[in-house]
Design a protein around this ligand. Structure first.
Ligand code: 0X9
Ligand code: ZN
Length: 441
């Protein structure tokens, strides 16, 4: 684990942060003419060194680049040409990394994954696999369309429940995946959970007990448009955002994980520029994808009580278990008591011990505002984690690990998922305070 240098603010860092925060606006004035910004030029990954603190990494993110990976004083970012120029002004050494494997094998017009990745599911393949599961296990698995993506694809939620017909008193737990287009492994994670829970109900006692006492919701693909765009040229595009156009700009897309309606855009943890990789959108929940999921989550308030108590949002990469808040470096404060924080950390650390990931508060990486876990906790009081899945580094495939890793890296999270489900009836049990908080359940 990295040291926690909270409160360290050197003049140099403050100056770099100020420069970086100002920079996207300077860059916007130099946007390419209409039609030139979305020519398909791919952003690339760069290694940036000499970063001592979360504040220094937040300054990187404020250029509009996405911070993909953090190791000690080094980070890997994805940046386009303009963001790269801004990064260089921060004065840290910057080195270009190789493009993702498979990126050279372009086959324009392709709709599937390239060689080495064909076991990943496209949106259409995932939908048919899910429909087949629903048809095979109708009493365990039901599908609801909760909205449409910008391009009109169905956004779906699956409900897993051992006795779906009966209304249960146990908690509900939510698993979401694929906010970021290039993070295709997360869709496989969602498919793994659906397959595992349906296939083992009735034979695996732990799964049977959990499905009989809880309702599990899986939203397997929050960003189907971005996912399709990422693979549509036959070469991975390194795409992150959705595919919503932006008024007054040729740059496309909103970063869904900066668009949630809690402390949206508050704190320098997102970009205000449409060309930014972390563009927060023109308003909170401006993307149809975030709006649909927010409304779905709100719909789970029954009798004034939110039924969902815990959640994991799957991302890649970095092998991390993260908990809120992302918008502040403070571990406790408004909206996060000491007991809340301690319960988050206790369950988070236990899950991380099971999968070998690193547990930490998400702002230890860099500040993010408008992220899903901040909204789920801050607005809905759902114990929401972010998992950054395999790999831990760009050298092991970054956003594009080969499909051979899918079975191992999805099953790797089985135990963590079961643990969260088992804790979901009273997260405060993890700190010995069920008597204080959980007497009515
Ligand atoms: O920046 C993000 O949205 C996540 N990393 S990724 O490489 N998958 O894009 C990390 C989010 C961390 N912050 C919170 N979970 N609040
Ligand atoms: Zn992500």
């Amino acid at each position: 684990m990295r040291p926690r240098p909270r409160g360290v603010r050197t003049t140099v860092l403050a100056a770099a942060l100020t420069l970086a925060l100002a920079a996207p606006f300077a860059a916007r004035a130099q946007d390419p003419p209409a039609g030139a910004a979305d020519t398909g030029e791919r952003p690339h990954q760069y290694e940036v060194s000499g970063l001592a603190t979360p504040a220094a990494r937040t300054a990187l993110a404020a250029t509009g680049a996405s911070v993909d990976e953090v190791h000690g004083r080094t980070a890997v970012v994805t940046a386009d040409r303009r963001q790269l120029a801004l990064l260089r002004t921060l004065g840290h050494p910057v080195t270009r990394l190789p493009d993702p494997p498979g990126a050279a094998a372009a086959a324009p017009g392709a709709t599937g994954f390239p060689a080495g990745y064909t076991k990943y599911h496209t949106y259409a393949q995932a939908m048919s696999a899910i429909d087949a599961l629903v048809a095979r296990y109708p009493s365990l698995l039901t599908k609801t369309v909760i909205g449409k993506s910008h391009e009109g694809r169905d956004l779906i939620a699956l409900k897993l429940s051992g006795n779906a017909a009966r209304d249960k008193t146990g908690p509900e737990v939510l698993f979401t995946a694929h906010q970021h287009a290039r993070e295709h492994l997360t869709v496989e994670m969602a498919l793994y959970l659906l397959t595992e829970f349906t296939g083992k109900y009735g034979t695996d006692p732990r799964i049977t007990e959990l499905l009989d006492s809880r309702e599990i919701w899986v939203i397997p693909d929050l960003n189907p448009d971005g996912g399709a765009y990422d693979i549509a040229s036959g070469a991975f595009r390194n795409w992150r955002k959705n595919r919503q156009p932006n008024a007054g700009s040729t740059a496309v897309g909103t970063d869904l994980n900066r668009n949630w309606e809690y402390e949206w855009g508050c704190c320098g943890g997102s970009s205000g520029s449409p060309s930014g990789e972390t563009y927060r959108g023109p308003a909170a929940a401006s993307s149809p994808e975030v709006r649909a999921v927010e409304n779905f989550v709100r719909s789970r308030v029954v009798g004034g009580k939110q039924q969902i108590t815990a959640a994991i949002d799957f991302h890649t990469y970095g092998e991390l278990v993260l908990w809120p808040f992302g918008f502040t470096n403070d571990p406790t404060g408004p909206g996060m008591t000491r007991d809340d924080h301690d319960a988050f950390a206790a369950v988070g650390r236990k899950m991380a011990a099971s999968n070998g990931y690193t547990p930490e508060q998400s702002s230890e990486l860099y500040l993010t505002d408008g992220s899903i876990d901040d909204w789920l906790w801050g607005d809905q009081k759902i114990f929401a984690y972010t998992f950054e899945m395999y790999p831990s580094s760009s050298g092991a495939g970054g956003f594009y690990p080969k499909d051979t890793v899918i079975p191992r890296e999805t099953a790797r999270n089985r135990e963590a998922v079961l643990q969260l489900l088992e804790n979901a009836d009273c997260m405060y049990r993890s700190i010995g305070k069920e008597g204080t908080y959980c007497t009515t359940r």
